[in-house]
Design a protein around this ligand. Structure first.
Ligand SMILES: [Zn+2]
Ligand SMILES: [Zn+2]
Length: 241
């Protein structure tokens, strides 16, 4: 459990700092654009780090559940898988992660759940890489159980299982970076998840998906690319006045 807390803490702060450095480099080179120009709220980053620390504690101690699944013999970690199997399993887990995230995120946006357990995450109208884990413990529990069901259904290689929290946090971090490195790409590309998630935070509705847009398209919850224009234009007019 201590190892789990250190693992999640290291990747949270490590990816956030790397993301900020990368963003600075891209801005210097003139590549990409900032998505939401509005200023952050006072103390926003400290609030995000506070909530995220609680999530890190929960995710870290929660490692005991997959460990128990293995100990009880409900699943086995494959130790000698070949590269094709590892890659296929990584892909399958990433797809499952998108489905799992979408379903839980929709649940969190129900009238009963939103003000109780998801409003903490949406206090960040303009996101930062530190917003990534800034959520209520109930949201952390809902999102953190992503690996349990696949583990019971199939014996995964240890590399594929380890890759899921790493890739999930990396992609989630990019999604909250408030930076679009590929402005020329269409809004439905897998490369523009940060644009889609920025619209989710700016509008507080729609675009419930994670990396890929297929779940939003399937359930008709995808937002048009200009969904936040009115909010951003209102800010610009106030700023110019
Ligand atoms: Zn949301
Ligand atoms: Zn978010």
């Amino acid at each position: 459990m201590v190892g789990g807390v250190v693992f999640f803490g290291t990747i949270y702060f490590g990816f956030a700092l790397l993301n900020l450095l990368l963003q600075k480099g891209l801005r210097t080179l003139g590549i990409g654009r900032v998505l939401d120009p509005r200023p952050l709220r006072p103390q926003q980053v400290w609030r995000e780090i506070g909530w995220s620390s609680l999530s890190i504690l929960l995710f870290g101690t929660g490692m005991v559940f997959p460990w128990m699944v293995l100990k009880l013999g409900w699943s086995h970690a494959v130790m000698d898988a070949g590269i094709p199997r590892i890659l296929l399993e990584m892909l399958a887990l990433l797809l499952w992660n998108d489905i799992h995230f979408y379903l839980n995120h929709r649940l969190l946006h129900t009238r009963w759940m939103l003000p109780r357990f998801h409003v903490q995450h949406h206090r960040s109208h303009v996101t930062t890489p530190f917003s990534t884990y800034a959520f209520h413990p109930v949201e952390a529990l809902l999102l953190g159980n992503v690996l349990l069901l696949p583990m019971i259904v199939h014996d995964f290689s240890w590399q594929a299982m380890l890759s899921l929290p790493l890739l999930s946090l990396l992609l989630n971090n990019i999604g909250h970076a408030n930076y679009d490195p590929f402005p020329a790409q269409g809004g439905r590309s897998w490369l523009t998840s940060s644009r889609r998630h920025h619209l989710h935070h700016a509008c507080s509705r729609g675009n419930f998906g994670f990396l890929l847009p297929f779940m939003d398209q399937l359930f008709h919850t995808d937002l048009p690319d200009d969904a936040a224009d009115r909010v951003l234009q209102a800010h610009q007019s106030r700023h110019a006045a």
